[in-house]
Design a protein around this ligand. Structure first.
Ligand SMILES: [Fe+2]
Ligand SMILES: [Fe+2]
Length: 242
């Protein structure tokens, strides 16, 4: 069955043909970003001062070489006879690095140096290093859900039109990433017990709570309460995985 990049076909399998669609989609997106970057003048992009501390943490979260993920993707690709999967993961990592790069540009344009360490980011990285492919993709799915809720809020909360455009552009990628990982995880989980799903959901809830505690000053621009934020993030995960 053909992959539906933004679609809702719940039975799409992550076969080799489907993965090839993703590699093409990522390549096309690289070209779109080249165009987008030419249209933004980062030297005049203004970040609202009250958003900066939170943006610094998310910028750090976008920085990763993805060594563990690449190794897990290589063995997944071999196991499923799907060499394009490794390429797609490499392209995905480049997209996240692109977000990190342009967010750093935006911070520096506002005389703010990006940070190199932060406790919740460190914790998230540790969890990712501990796991196998399924857990890694589960953790990434949660990260994508949070990113969607966060960047859509930043786009709303930013007063500068260029900053708004940057966050909306990143948001588009995060929505695509959610579909990409969701499609592959759905296929892999089809034959497994529901205990893994429950554990993932529990982890997801925990991360939602931690992110709210740390970034609620920003998130309240879009979500009037923790309950609203929680419901949105939980629903995003459920619709991606069912
Ligand atoms: Fe990202
Ligand atoms: Fe992402």
């Amino acid at each position: 069955m053909t992959a539906t990049i933004h679609g809702t076909d719940q039975h799409s399998g992550a076969n080799a043909n489907d993965t090839k669609h993703w590699t093409r989609a990522f390549s096309q997106n690289t070209k779109r970003w080249q165009q987008f970057a030419q249209e933004i003048d980062f030297s005049t992009l203004r970040l609202d001062a009250h958003l900066v501390d939170s943006i610094k943490v998310f910028q750090l979260g976008e920085c990763s070489e993805g060594r563990t993920l690449k190794a897990l993707a290589a063995s997944y690709a071999q196991r499923h006879d799907n060499p394009d999967y490794l390429l797609a993961i490499q392209q995905f990592i480049k997209e996240e690095q692109r977000h990190a790069y342009y967010m750093a540009e935006a911070l520096r344009a506002n005389d703010v140096e990006p940070i190199a360490k932060q406790w919740s980011d460190g914790l998230f990285r540790k969890v990712r290093q501990l796991c196998g492919w399924e857990m890694m993709i589960s953790v990434l799915l949660t990260a994508e859900v949070i990113a969607i809720a966060y960047y859509s809020t930043l786009a709303k909360a930013s007063s500068d039109p260029q900053a708004k455009r940057l966050f909306e552009r990143i948001l588009q990628d995060e929505a695509t990433h959610l579909q990409f990982h969701g499609e592959h995880l759905r296929c892999d989980r089809a034959s497994k017990t529901s205990i893994r799903r429950r554990l993932h959901r529990l982890f997801h809830w925990l991360v939602i709570a931690l992110v709210w505690v740390e970034h609620r000053q920003v998130l309240t621009y879009q979500f009037s309460s923790f309950s609203q934020f929680f419901k949105r993030c939980d629903a995003l995960l459920l619709t991606t995985l069912t």
